[in-house]
Design a protein around this ligand. Structure first.
Ligand code: DGL
Length: 260
């Protein structure tokens, strides 16, 4: 059993990865965390594949050299579905990715009709289509790409609420009611979206289960890190923005709620 507390690097294009970070911080209370938000490259969801793979590999490579983490969590579906293979080929540190939770959603759906709500990039990616081929098992899976929800989540976190109508329009296509079978589960396939779950519930045409895989990802991270002695000092958490920006007072307050 290694003696030092683990250092875990959590990466996202912005602040959506906080929804994964908060679960990992609960699972590994003695670890040191470095959260890297590539806000200079945000949003990832509308970018071309080749440019994004190169960017993600470079930003994460720099963070690995600087912080020497024991493990890297790619807390971004858009980056994971595209760049995990490249990252694992380039760097020897273990990676845990975040990919659409299609298997558990299809397994739990009673109506056998689910929706996958992600960025345009994630829902059009072959990786996601392969998950459906492999795991849908007779369940109807609707793919719903959103261009705006990640930005809405960033705005809400920074204290600028978004109108109900704008949120409702982005999630509307998730709700299908045909052949007497309604959508009963929506996979949150972008780490930003759990920041908006209460807003989704408030404007949804009927109740569904909003499936957030963060707790399962945290369990995977804790398994890979293994048992470690409790840190002498409390866990530390440090956040970096690739733009070098200083958070506004409202955002700084929100971040302090996450331990930064
Ligand atoms: N949080 C990211 C994800 O999980 C995407 C947000 C973006 O478009 O940059 O897909």
């Amino acid at each position: 059993m290694p003696n030092a507390p683990a250092t875990i690097l959590v990466f996202d294009s912005g602040l959506g990865g906080l929804t994964v970070f908060r679960e990992i911080a609960v699972a590994l209370p003695g670890a040191h965390f470095v959260y890297v938000a590539d806000d200079a490259g945000f949003p990832y969801g509308n970018q071309s594949e080749a440019a994004l793979i190169a960017r993600v590999a470079e930003v994460i490579g720099t963070a690995i050299s600087t912080h020497q983490p024991d493990l890297v969590v790619v807390a971004c579906n858009t980056a994971s579905t595209m760049a995990l293979t490249e990252l694992r080929a380039r760097y020897s540190v273990p990676f845990v990715g975040t990919v659409p939770a299609i298997k558990p959603a299809c397994a739990q759906s009673k109506t056998k009709r689910i929706a996958v709500l992600g960025t345009q990039a994630t829902v059009t990616r072959e990786y996601t289509r392969a998950l459906i081929r492999e795991f849908a098992g007779g369940c109807d899976v609707g793919l719903v790409g959103s261009s705006h929800l990640a930005s809405f989540a960033e705005a809400e976190l920074a204290g600028t609420p978004v109108a109900d109508a704008a949120i409702k329009a982005e999630i509307a296509s998730c709700f299908v009611d045909t052949d007497a079978r309604r959508t009963d589960t929506v996979v949150l396939a972008c780490t930003h979206y759990p920041l908006l779950t209460d807003r989704f519930r408030a404007v949804a045409p009927w109740p569904v289960d909003w499936l957030d895989p963060a707790a399962a990802i945290a369990r995977r991270v804790a398994d890979l890190i293994g048992p470690r002695p409790r840190a002498a000092a409390p866990a530390s958490a440090h956040i970096e923005f690739t733009s070098g920006r200083k958070p506004s007072p409202a955002l700084a307050k929100a971040l302090s709620g996450y331990g930064f």
